[in-house]
Write a protein of this length. Structure first.
Length: 92
């Protein structure tokens, strides 16, 4: 019989690849920080555009509160409708 894949529980040392169970794996050089990059997919529907505006508003607010040494990195909106929308200049 084939062994079951381990996908949850104490045997899993990772979650999303950014948070580690073992804190020693997070060690960075002094003065450096690990940033989170937000990536979202989007299309040109009105409802999704509204969601993107709300999400980007809160991203910018939290990033500003944390300052340059905070955990917030970049923000990328992946537009998969196949054509430009009117938010391209507003949301990266």
């Amino acid at each position: 019989p084939e062994a079951p894949a381990v996908s949850r529980g104490a045997a899993v040392e990772w979650t999303s690849g950014a948070l580690y169970k073992d804190a020693s794996r997070q060690a960075l050089e002094p003065g450096k920080s690990r940033k989170f990059h937000v990536a979202v997919t989007s299309n040109d529907s009105k409802y999704v555009q509204w969601q993107m505006r709300v999400m980007y508003y809160w991203y910018k607010k939290r990033k500003a509160e944390q300052g340059p040494d905070g955990d917030m990195g970049g923000f990328t909106r992946v537009l998969h409708s196949g054509r430009p929308d009117h938010l391209m200049d507003e949301i990266p």
